[in-house]
Each structure stands twice: as structure tokens, then as C-alpha cells.
Design a protein around this ligand. Structure first.
Ligand SMILES: [Zn+2]
Length: 277
């Protein structure tokens, strides 16, 4: 029996114009925006599966409260984001409390490499990491840091395997990669929030649990087909949202983005994307 455990690694506050795109979007609008969201959760997921323990995203680290953790020259971190993570809220200690030993994790899949998804990488030195190859490439060095990635904070040993997508359609998604031999944990490309963002579909008893990363900040925004303020291409972000909506018409789907306060309620009560519309 496969079980999905939600793990909230603290909270984050962002600008309203990042959560919900205003006009043409872009960093300028976000930096200058005066309106903040409320504190929203930072979720990661631990999946107990017969073939091994799988983690999707690693959440944020308590070190974000250390002065100088974020590069001072990067205005986004200074002006547009607030983290609230205590040491015991990091993914490692939380998994231990659930009796899921981080050192026993088989595979860690990262939907993308933004700081609030990679802050817990150091808890999994024994695991195999899976990341889209271009996402990894794009996040490196100074140009990565300019885009808001923190490659300087990844552990030295971090050398993820590039997800070997197969030209095998999975519903509306043109490519896919099966993580398990049972083909019930599937990675699909969901570009938008970042150009090479991915999502993970976990099938349990005919229900697709769609671990969506940041394809939208909430289910409501997905239903409205309203892109976020940071997606480099609105068209690409919209195409992905449409594919997820189409998928949910083909398969009973529980949509679980990383920062939606209602994700847990939907997971517990199996609230479907289509049935509630
Ligand atoms: Zn992100």
C-alpha cells in the first residue's frame, strides 16, 4: 500500500503579484509590489512505496534566518520573500518523527530547484536525486543566482541524475518517466513556473495524486487558469495548466501544489479536481 505523507517545512510570504500575475508580470512588479500574501505553507512529500521510500521536493531550511544566507545583492530575496522555518520543521527531523528514516530514502525527485524546494537536500546524502537536466544546468553559477536559485547552498556532493524522459505520452503529457517498476509513480514535464519544471503523479487505487510543485500557487488559480508572476512565458504556463485540467478530466485527480494551504485537506479527503468544479 502506497502512502503519501505531507511534510510542511515552515511557511513563506511572497508578494501578491508573484502568486497571481498582474498584467505582464515580471520581477519589477514583484519587487515594487506593496501587497504581501499571508503566510503560506512550504510542502514537501514523502511517499512510502513497496519499492522504496521516495521524497518529492525537500522544502526549506532554517538557515534562511541566518544573516547573509541569501546573497545580499539579489533584490528578490531582500525585498520580495520572507521565510519562517525552525530547525525542527526541516524535512529530516520531521521524517524521523514519522519513523521514516531520511538515510533510507531511495529517490528524491525535485520539481524544480528554487530555494524552498532544495533547502533540505543535505538530509539525503544516501539518496538518488532526479532533476530535469536543463533545470539543473540553468540553475548553476551566477546566471542561476540572478534567476533566484541558490546553487552555492547545495551540498558539494549534490550530483542529481537527469530525468530520462521517454517519448511515451502520459495522458496529455507528451513525455513521461516511470520512477517505479509498477509504473505508479510517474514524472511528467510541467514547464511554466520555471522552463523545465516537472510534476509527479502518484497513482493509488485508481486516484492520481498530482504533486504539482509550483505549477500554480493554489488549485483556485489553476481553475481560473491564472498564471503566477514569475513564469517566464505565460503561454507555456497556460499550456501546462490546460494539460493538468485535461488530465483531471481523464483520471480522478487530487491536485497538490507546494504552497496551497488546502492541499492537505484535499489529500486527506481525496477531493478531486473535477468533482469540485
Ligand atoms: Zn518555485
Amino acid at each position: 500500500m502506497t502512502t503519501i505523507h505531507p511534510i510542511q517545512t515552515g511557511s513563506v510570504k511572497i508578494k501578491a503579484s508573484q502568486r497571481r500575475r498582474e498584467g505582464t508580470g515580471g520581477l519589477g512588479k514583484i519587487l515594487l509590489g506593496r501587497k504581501w500574501t499571508e503566510w503560506i505553507p512550504i510542502y514537501a512529500w514523502a511517499i512510502e512505496h513497496a519499492e522504496g521510500l521516495i521524497v518529492v521536493d525537500t522544502g526549506e531550511t532554517a538557515r534562511t534566518s541566518e544573516s547573509g544566507y541569501f546573497p545580499r545583492w539579489q533584490p528578490y530575496f531582500k525585498l520580495s520573500v520572507r521565510m519562517n522555518v525552525s530547525p525542527e520543521q526541516e524535512i529530516g527531523p520531521q521524517m524521523r518523527k514519522l519513523d521514516l528514516k531520511p538515510e533510507r530514502v531511495w529517490k528524491v525527485i525535485l520539481t524544480h530547484l528554487h530555494t524552498d524546494h532544495t533547502g533540505g537536500i543535505h538530509h539525503f546524502p544516501n539518496s538518488k536525486f532526479l532533476v530535469d537536466g536543463e533545470e539543473h544546468q540553468n540553475a548553476q553559477g551566477l546566471s542561476g543566482m540572478l534567476q533566484g536559485y541558490l546553487p552555492n547552498r547545495w551540498p558539494d556532493w549534490f550530483a542529481p541524475m537527469s530525468i530520462p524522459f521517454q517519448p511515451k505520452a502520459y495522458g496529455p503529457f507528451k513525455e513521461s518517466y516511470a520512477v517505479t517498476d509498477a509504473r505508479d509513480v510517474i514524472i511528467v514535464p510541467t514547464p511554466g513556473h520555471t522552463p523545465n519544471h516537472v510534476s509527479v503523479i502518484v497513482k493509488i487505487d485508481g486516484v492520481s495524486y498530482f504533486l504539482a510543485g509550483d505549477t500554480s500557487y493554489s488549485e483556485e488559480l489553476l481553475r481560473e487558469r491564472h498564471p503566477d508572476g514569475v513564469s517566464p512565458s505565460v503561454e507555456v504556463a497556460m499550456q501546462t495548466m490546460d494539460k493538468i485540467l485535461r488530465y483531471s478530466q481523464l483520471e480522478p485527480t487530487v491536485y497538490l501544489p507546494s504552497h496551497d494551504p488546502f492541499s492537505i485537506d484535499r489529500l486527506i479527503h481525496k477531493r478531486m479536481l473535477t468533482s469540485a468544479s
